[in-house]
Design a protein around this ligand. Structure first.
Ligand code: MIG
Length: 664
């Protein structure tokens, strides 16, 4: 049951499909405070949700701020990442309640941080509050998901392995990446083009000096079953003669400052303007520009810097220069030194700058901070709507860095600038169910870590988890140690891990499609499947993946295995490095399981089965028809196997589901 309560007159976000009738606020079970809501949590209550965020699956004990932020330090202390996902699920034995705060501005969730038993929510602007009651946690999620609409469905090739790096400078660099994967028999389906492919970081341009043969390259790659996936940035370079800039100026498509002038910020290309992504006309115009790359044979994109990230605003830059100058002849002491030192960093993503420009949204001038969390959403939405127009029959890969709930219908997200740290591998694991609750199914983190130097063992372990995430992309920052699968000594271990992904593809794709079409989760906390098991409800480093299996990744350096909690007896499939699979039965309880580097262990639930393919070096090579079934127990639940052509948009469940029961 879903009820909507209204507080003030909120700005439309586009998050939900149908708002439903407004309810009487006096019936609300949580307390309304001066600036939000307050609720006393029972000791046993677990608070799930909040999508893209740091910390645990259980969000208790910390406070989070929904405010899309480009912050490359994802630490325990971080309160905001790139997405704003205002959904919580309060769950204990007696009740399961979902809360969705629909408002495009800032929201603070203090989940027992200030006071351990209080959930305190601060909302800056008007909002709709949706309260969802169900008889189990999954049922609340399913209702919420039906409220916000069906999740994005990518083309099937996008479930293949992708290689990315900021710093692939030329067509030759791209060819080399592909060649080395193919030579080493490391499966691969896509190579990402970071900002280096553009002419001086200008959206929708190609650097013809370094990518003279861009179209031919795309065609050649396609023959090798490789898709090129270029990046698009949120800011448009200010440059005379650059048509996107000039059209934007002429048509008034850019965000304006207080006085109605185009608002100028510094981002990648230096000075930029922000297209008014919230404005219908401007958004459509920007969206259609993606067509330029579609025409060149591109069928996938990633949208970056759309929080939107600001390195500096022109106004503040001048101020800071002046202030810096004032310190020049001072004796910098404890009072002044730190102020001085903070001046330059205060330039980036400064809150004041977000209050200094305006959108024209649904005919109204609205200050940016009031709708901040919608910028990346609408940039992505207009791109997706343009694809719908330009290529109505075809699925196009699209994912974004910034997001708000509602964007999940149009695209996926990646989890931003993590680092090559073991703790970030664990964070990646914990974030998956939270994201799924909020509708984001097509998602994954930069495998191997984006910032800092990766080590071989970290990349192998991270890939060993990444083989389960729908978006499986190895990405890293310029200047860091190279971390492609062929860069390390033990290529055979990488090959083994990547091959497992391709063997799992029929199951992963099937589970993805069912999750999208039934509004269910692909990654669930153990508690969702074993609600009666108190131990299971506290396990955060193992996940249920689809209906049939459990995973328990290794996320610590030099570990040779780990303790696994089995809520019931299961069959473990050990994928050995020689390609064979060893099967063993494990009883319920805690067990130590050996998991040497390069081996992967998957737990099949009792009375369930796991279908596996032979594998392949790219998705198209995988045989989705002839599968080998591995089952736990004699009598297994028939498996509802979803397959389709992976390209077009007829998704009907009835048509594409087949029942698998035993090997033929
Ligand atoms: O300020 O395009 O998160 O994936 O490689 C950095 C360069 C800008 C941030 C993205 C990252 C990408 C990088 N971008």
């Amino acid at each position: 049951m879903i009820k909507r309560y209204r507080f003030g007159t909120p700005i439309e976000t586009g998050a939900v499909m149908e708002k439903g009738e407004e309810q009487d606020r006096r019936e609300l079970f949580i307390t309304q405070t001066e600036d939000g809501f307050c609720y006393r949590m029972s000791d046993a209550m677990i608070v799930y949700g909040l999508g893209e965020n740091t910390r645990g699956i259980n969000k208790r004990g910390w406070s989070y701020i929904s405010c899309c932020t480009d912050d490359p330090r994802h630490s325990e202390g971080t309160r905001s990442l790139y997405g704003a996902h205002n959904f919580l699920l309060l769950s204990d034995r007696e009740c399961h309640t979902g809360l969705f705060i629909d408002t495009p501005g800032k929201v603070t969730f203090d989940v027992g941080c200030s006071q351990y038993d209080l959930l305190q929510i601060k909302v800056e602007d008007a909002c709709d509050l949706y309260v969802i009651v169900g008889d189990s946690a999954p049922s609340v999620v399913q209702q919420f998901r039906s409220l916000i609409g069906r999740s994005y469905i990518p083309p099937r090739w996008a479930f293949g392995y992708g290689q990315s790096r900021w710093g692939y400078q030329s067509s030759e660099d791209i060819r080399e990446v592909v060649r080395r994967h193919r030579e080493q028999k490391l499966p691969l389906d896509s190579v990402y083009l970071d900002i280096d492919y553009m002419e001086r970081y200008k959206d929708f341009t190609i650097n013809r000096e370094t990518f003279p043969d861009f179209e031919a390259l795309a065609a050649e790659m396609k023959k090798e079953h490789i898709h090129l996936v270029p990046i698009i940035d949120g800011g448009v370079k200010v440059e005379e003669g650059y048509d996107v800039y000039e059209e934007g100026v002429q048509e008034g498509y850019f965000c304006k400052d207080e006085d109605g002038n185009d608002y100028i910020v510094g981002v990648w290309p230096g000075k930029c303007c922000f297209p008014d992504m919230l404005n219908e006309k401007a958004g459509k115009w920007f969206g259609r520009k993606y067509g330029r790359l579609l025409e060149k044979g591109i069928d996938g994109f990633w949208n970056d810097m759309n929080e939107p990230a600001i390195f500096y605003s022109q106004q503040r830059l001048e101020q800071v220069f002046n202030e810096l100058d004032a310190y020049r002849n001072q004796n910098l002491s404890i009072d002044s030194f730190f102020k001085f030192q903070n001046l330059a960093p205060s330039l980036s993503n400064n809150e004041e700058d977000y209050r200094a420009f305006y959108h024209n949204y649904r005919g109204q001038r609205i200050r940016h901070d009031k709708v901040h969390n919608l910028f990346g959403f609408y940039m992505t939405r207009f791109a997706a709507e343009a694809f719908e127009e330009l290529e109505p029959q075809k699925r196009i890969l699209l994912f974004s860095r910034a997001s708000y709930i509602g964007m999940h219908r149009y695209a996926g997200i990646w989890q931003g600038d993590n680092r090559s740290w073991w703790s970030h591998l664990l964070m990646n694991i914990k974030m998956m169910p939270s994201l799924n609750m909020c509708g984001f199914l097509y998602t994954g983190a930069d495998l191997g870590g984006f910032g800092e130097d990766a080590t071989e063992d970290l990349v192998i372990r991270w890939l060993s988890f990444g083989i389960f995430t729908p978006l499986m992309r190895n990405h890293s920052a310029i200047g860091t140690r190279r971390q492609e699968a062929y860069q390390f000594a033990r290529t055979d271990l990488f090959r083994n891990v990547l091959r497992i992904r391709y063997r799992l593809l029929p199951y992963l794709y099937s589970e993805y499609m069912k999750a999208a079409l039934n509004n269910t989760m692909m990654f669930q906390p153990l508690a969702f499947v074993y609600p009666e098991d108190a131990r299971a409800s506290r396990i955060e480093d193992q996940l249920m993946l689809g209906e049939n299996i459990m995973i328990a990744p290794v996320y610590e350096q030099n570990a040779e295995g780990r303790v696994v909690y089995l809520p019931e007896r299961m069959k473990m499939l050990r994928f050995r490095t020689d390609g064979s699979i060893e099967e063993s039965i494990w009883e319920n309880g805690f067990s130590y399981v050996d998991m040497p580097l390069g081996e992967v262990c998957i737990f099949v639930r009792d009375h369930y089965l796991l279908p596996l393919a032979e594998g392949g070096e790219y998705v198209e090579e995988v045989d989705f028809e002839h599968l080998k079934l591995y089952s736990c127990g004699e009598e297994v639940k028939p498996y509802e196997y979803y397959t389709d052509n992976g390209e077009t948009k007829e998704y009907l469940l009835e048509k594409h589901i087949r029942i698998l029961t035993h090997n033929h």
